[in-house]
Design a protein around this ligand. Structure first.
Ligand SMILES: C[S@@+](CC[C@H](N)C(=O)[O-])C[C@H]1O[C@@H](n2cnc3c(N)ncnc32)[C@H](O)[C@@H]1O
Length: 198
């Protein structure tokens, strides 16, 4: 997928023009420590980054597409937010800082299936020990098994992939969703285990 071209062509059907409603639910549980640094990988036009910032956290939007980040920066500015153009899988990325929280929303489902375990490693590398992986998985994209992007996430597969380095704190169907995604997502919060290094 040429992400940059999709943004240049404004061919971005995944963009809802507003943050994922489930962020409100995660924040309301008061599990994210005050002052936490939150990373939003594959942030696109930055709506979720703005929502985390509005909730009082230091939010960083990361994306591989420079046009997406330019548009995000232009719309939302840099007050309480930062924008980072990088490849999530760049092993040097953690040198630029670690995070207390990684927020997943429609990054995992866009990746080729063979990159899923690399995604787990990337998230583990970018989180501080004890950090939270808060994730809204798109479990029913409407595409059949192995078809995508977006590729549907399977709850049990996610559990298998993350369990070696993360402890599941809680999971549920989100209370709120974009109208078109009601009943098609699954919310999970994981804690990065202290002692595992990768
Ligand atoms: C389907 S879009 C979702 C964007 C945003 N989360 C949303 O819901 O509107 C996936 C995003 O992931 C970004 N992306 C894909 N591969 C990436 C990578 N390896 N590193 C960083 N960002 C990536 C794309 O540029 C794109 O903005």
């Amino acid at each position: 997928m040429d992400w940059e071209q999709r943004y240049l062509d404004d061919d971005i059907p995944w963009d809802h023009g507003e943050a994922a409603p489930a962020i409100v639910e995660v924040v309301s549980r008061q599990i994210v420590p005050e002052g936490a640094r939150v990373l939003v990988p594959g942030c696109g036009l930055g709506h979720d980054v703005r929502a985390w910032s509005d909730a009082g956290f230091a939010a960083t939007g990361l994306d591989i597409a420079s046009t997406a980040l330019e548009r995000a920066r232009c719309r939302y500015g840099t007050d309480g937010m930062s924008w980072l153009q990088a490849d999530l899988f760049d092993p040097e990325l953690p040198r630029r800082g670690l995070y207390d929280v990684v927020w997943e929303h429609t990054c995992y489902c866009t990746l080729p299936l063979e990159l899923r375990s690399a995604y787990v490693d990337a998230v583990a590398r970018l989180l501080k020990p004890g950090g939270l992986f808060c994730a809204l998985f798109f479990t029913d994209t409407g595409n059949g098994p192995g078809e995508g992007p977006p590729y549907s996430a399977d709850r049990d597969e996610v559990f298998e992939l993350f369990s070696p380095m993360f402890d599941l704190a809680w999971e549920k169907r989100p209370d709120q969703a974009y109208t078109s995604r009601v009943g098609r997502e699954w919310l999970m919060v994981w804690t990065r285990r202290m002692h595992d290094n990768i």
